[in-house]
Design a protein around this ligand. Structure first.
Ligand SMILES: Cc1cc2nc3c(=O)[nH]c(=O)nc-3n(C[C@H](O)[C@H](O)[C@H](O)COP(=O)(O)OP(=O)(O)OC[C@H]3O[C@@H](n4cnc5c(N)ncnc54)[C@H](O)[C@@H]3O)c2cc1C
Length: 309
């Protein structure tokens, strides 16, 4: 039986930052990394927007995060949490290797996963012309031709963002209208660099070492075409990793864990969430790390100074 003051689930920027703070507060902290040790950034070749580092690879940055929490005494378990019972107190959990445990407080930092199209060529060109984050990778397409796939707020926002950097932006939407906000749509239509392709889907990604073109299909005209392109940004949605707490915690209408954005408290006292699993707009490493800090301070207050704020 594992007994810990604080259970942290997830080893991305949010989870490691939370571990740094709870351990330094003298709380016995056990952090389960899950299968994706280091989180989403492990797949990013270059990060240029994490303060303190002009340029660093995702893997290098996350190794530094891990080294720091290990050096101060956080217990790291390279395993996945299989189930969590937050209806009982102390909270109970089971790992994939069927170890059982109890925790006095829980921080959920399980992140989110981008939805992918799952079409020909996608796997090959991920990170070589295909991205799911314009804020992260847009800068690499200065004066190049790019495409954004999607029609919601994220897609519209990313197209506008890229139009400030790229020479042209195709916005490829598989229906005849966008689902994103009217004000963003207006800005998109007014932007001369953005070329809207409605009723159009992407069928394949092609190239040699890097992405060079995409095969598109217009369902209204029943016509295929090839677009020469330097980069593609898929913006077809994200999936917050909430399996462990579904039916136990309040979620937002789009499936994220509902938190008080000031304290990172969830609908269950003693359970906190941070990072992308509760952030449906500004999914960035520094924001995840910041919310990890807040969640940890909340845990500290919950366990060590439980008087009212
Ligand atoms: C391709 C790409 C490029 C990006 N580039 C940048 C960039 O340049 N700059 C930037 O600021 N942001 C970037 N981002 C966004 C950034 O990666 C995320 O905002 C950040 O990683 C979120 O951190 P997190 O800690 O919330 O979750 P994640 O990094 O997603 O980590 C989630 C963690 O939870 C673990 N986990 C999940 N389920 C379980 C379970 N059941 N048990 C135990 N562990 C579990 C996983 O193993 C993982 O360790 C990028 C994202 C992508 C996809």
């Amino acid at each position: 039986m594992i007994k810990t003051d604080v259970l942290i689930i997830g080893s991305g920027p949010a989870g490691y930052t939370a571990g740094l703070y709870t351990t330094r507060a003298g709380l016995n902290t056990t952090l389960f990394t899950g299968k994706n040790i280091g989180g989403q950034l492990m797949y990013t070749h270059e990060i240029e927007n994490f303060p303190g580092y002009e340029k660093i690879s995702g893997a290098e940055l996350m190794n530094i995060f891990q080294k720091q929490v290990v050096s101060i005494g956080t217990t790291i378990e390279n395993e996945q949490i299989k189930s969590l019972n937050i209806k009982k107190y102390p909270f109970e959990f089971t790992t994939e290797s069927t170890r059982h445990g109890e925790a006095k407080a829980v921080i959920i930092a399980t992140g989110s996963k981008a939805k992918w199209l799952n079409i020909t060529g996608e796997e090959k060109f991920k990170g070589q012309g295909i991205s799911v984050c314009a804020t992260c990778d847009g800068f690499f397409y200065r004066n190049k031709i790019v495409a954004v796939i999607g029609g919601g707020n994220t897609a519209l926002y990313e197209a506008l963002f890229l139009a400030r950097v790229a020479s042209a932006v195709y916005l490829i939407n598989n229906t005849d209208k966008f689902s994103g906000e009217f004000t963003l749509q207006k800005q998109v239509f007014e932007n001369k660099k953005i070329i809207v392709l409605n009723n159009t889907s992407v069928q394949a990604f092609n190239g040699n070492e890097r992405l060079e073109s995409i095969l598109i299909y217009n369902k209204k005209e029943e016509k295929q075409d090839i677009l020469q392109i330097n980069g593609v940004f898929e913006a077809i949605g994200t999936l917050p990793q909430t399996e462990l707490v579904e039916n136990q915690l309040e979620l937002t209408s789009d499936g994220y864990i509902k938190t008080d954005k000031r304290t990172m408290e969830t609908s269950v006292k003693g359970v906190f969430a941070c990072g992308d699993v509760q952030e449906n707009i500004y999914r960035q490493a520094i924001n995840a790390a910041g919310s990890g800090c807040v969640a940890a301070l909340g845990v500290e207050k919950f366990l060590l100074h439980p008087e009212p704020y």
